[in-house]
Structures are given as C-alpha cells and as structure tokens.
Design a binder for this molecule. Sequence first.
Ligand code: C2E
Ligand code: MG
Ligand code: MG
Ligand code: MG
Length: 277
Amino acid sequence: EAKAAGKGRFVFFAEGMDATIRHRKQIEADLGAALDAGNQLEVYYQPLYSPDEGCITGAEALLRWHHPEQGMISPALFVPIAEQSGQIVKIGEWVLEQVCKDALTWTIGSVSVNVSAVQLRRPDFAERALMILDRNGYPAERLEIEVTETSFIENAAGCEANLARLRASGVKVALDDFGTGYSSFSHLRALSVDRLKIDRSFVSGIGSANDGSPIISAIMDLARASGLKVTAEGVETIEQRRFLSGVGCNSLQGFLMAMPMPVAEMNDALLRGTQPA
Ligand code: C2E
Ligand code: MG
Ligand code: MG
Ligand code: MG
C-alpha cells in the first residue's frame, strides 16, 4: 500500500502494519514535506493579559500546521510525533526564527516559545537558540521559553546547563503545565525558572465540583515564597478571571480574553492595546 505524502512523495507501508503506527509514519512523512514546502507551518500568537487593566503583557507562540489534505492538525497530535522522530529540533528552530521576525518590533514584555524536552536535552540547544536571536537582532530579554518539569527526568544536568546559559544571556524560563507533572518543591528550588504557568486543568475547575482553587492558592504561596511570577492558562470564564486576579496571578491567558491568532491579527490587537471589553 502506498500513500502520497505531499507533492511527489510516496511512502510505502507494509500490509498489516498497525494502524496507529501507520498513521504516525504518515504524519512523520507529511511533516517532513511540510518543513520543505515552507508554507504549511504557521506560528499563531495568544496574548497574555495583566489581571487588572487588561493590558497585553506578553504572548505565547503556538504552532499551527495546515495539512494540504487534512486541514488544520493540532500540535497536541503532531508535536509528540515530531519529538519521537527528532523533527522537533528543526521545527523548533523554525518557530524561534519566525518569532524573532514577527515580534521584533513588538513592545510587550516578552514572547514565550514552547521548547520540547527533546530540544532541551541537546547539548547545543542554548547556543543555537542564541545564534538565531543574534542573527535576527532580537533581544534575549524579550524571549521566554516554556519547558515542562518532565523534561528534567532525563539528562537533568544537560537541561539545566542549557537553561543556565540562556538565562545568563537574559532569556527567561517558564515552567509550563505546572502542577500536572513531576512536581516536587525541592526539585523546583533547584531549577532555573522565572515563572510558573498554572495548568488549565486547575483553572477549569474553579467554581465547579472539581474545584482546583485550593491547589492554585498553594501554587501562589509557593511562587511568592520563591520569588516566581505566575501565569494562569485556560481562563474561560469571568469567575475564573476574578478568582485568579484575586489570588495575585501576574498574567492571564485564555479564550475569555483571546484565542491564539495569526500574526496580522496579533499586530492589530497590540495596536488596540487592551482586551475587548
Ligand atoms: P501549551 O504550551 O500548554 O499551550 C496552551 C494550549 O492551551 C494551546 O493549545 C492553547 O491554544 C490552549 N488554550 C489557550 N487558552 C485556552 C482556553 O481558554 N481554553 C482551552 N481549552 N484551551 C486554551 P494548542 O495551541 O493546541 O497547543 C497544544 C500544545 O502543543 C501546547 O500546550 C504545547 O505543549 C504544544 N505546542 C504548541 N506549539 C508548540 C511549539 O512551537 N513547539 C513545541 N515544542 N510545542 C508546541
Ligand atoms: Mg506553553
Ligand atoms: Mg501550558
Ligand atoms: Mg498544556
């Protein structure tokens, strides 16, 4: 059986190969073609807002893939495949390059870029990232990278060395999806981070039977004691926003304020300055 994978490419799969593996292999091949084609990948931006004034304080870069046949494919689906194949290294550098170009003239605090464990473990990750910033004239102080705690399970020393190198140059570091992974308070003290991003699963429970607010309050106490900033992600209701402002979150991100958007729309949002009322 042969399936077309992008223009002029054919990938042959053994008959009877497990459907999941076949699907994975197809995505992998198509992703390779997407990187070559150059027009299928796009970086979207989701603004972060100050809890009080509703000013835009930053933005998170979120990768989008417009697949020629399947339409938009979620990063939640293709990023894990790209991590396993190693393609995430090249994709990650492409994203960073794009962010440098898109955000060069923005005056907001910083733009956050997701970095996979596979990237973070590579000995040359920090050096190559700094090279990309440098050749685009993008100030390191205006970049934040988002990493997850689970990254540090493997080659913790290598990950830590990359973070230290980046932070020495002014890049900030956030712990993404905080509270869902491998959280240990002693471990957190040893990590070089500037910000915690409270995972959406705690935020979505605010005001419901499965209330995550005690955990959020505990995270806030921990952050204050450790001198860390906090962003809450996945803010969808006014009630959630009120609670998160009340406990002292530094910034809020979620569909209530804005969805991730193409760069042109982000530029417009920045011109307007604050969130729509
Ligand atoms: P993440 O870094 O935790 O990003 C936040 C995700 O939550 C995004 O999903 C965003 O669209 C979504 N989100 C934001 N506000 C809300 C809300 O109010 N409600 C709900 N239900 N969702 C909200 P997205 O864009 O699908 O990305 C999924 C994940 O894919 C990201 O999770 C991140 O882990 C990964 N990812 C995205 N772009 C990149 C990238 O450039 N590189 C790497 N390595 N991973 C990426
Ligand atoms: Mg993130
Ligand atoms: Mg997150
Ligand atoms: Mg997440």
